[in-house]
Each structure stands twice: as C-alpha cells, then as structure tokens.
Design a protein around this ligand. Sequence first.
Ligand code: FES
Length: 100
Amino acid sequence: MSRTHLLVCRGPDCSSRGAHAVYTRFATEVHEAGLDDAVVQTQSGCVGPVCGAGPVVCCYPTGAWYVGVTPGDAPEIVGRDLARGEIVERLEATTREATG
Ligand code: FES
C-alpha cells in the first residue's frame, strides 16, 4: 500500500508556535480536497535539525520539510505537495535557511 504521509511536529517548541492549529487546518484541508484515503496525517515528536523554526511539517514521498508553517499555508501544501508531488519551495527548510 502506497500513501502520502503528512507529519505535523507536535514537539514542545512547535506546539508553542501554534502546531495544534496547523494540525487541525491540515485535517480540514485534506478532507476538503477529497484526499482522506490517499493521505495519512499524523503527529510527530521533535524532528531535530530544524527545531526552533517551527511549526515543522514533513511530507512524503517528496521528502520536503516545511518550516514556519501557518494554518494559512495548509491549502497550498495539500494542493501542491500532497496532491501533485510538487515541493512548495518558499516554505522548504533549505530554502528558508539559505535566505534567512
Ligand atoms: S519541536 Fe518541532 S522540530 Fe523540535
């Protein structure tokens, strides 16, 4: 079985930065996009290297780690990464770290 995975960090730092609201918005967006059967959404603990830049969201199979994610970013990540396999460069950890 192959599915798309969405991991929303619920570690202490991301939680203090609004990860609960991000998680809830993603659940709504996945449902409204008709992707309930295609996407496995779960919470994760601290994902380490990008801690402090959260909320952090990791998507697979693209392998993109998104940082500073807000509830308002959920529609774009669902519509592009999860639905079409396109990385949302403006939110990707490496892009943000490179541009500050
Ligand atoms: S608490 Fe989310 S990356 Fe550390």
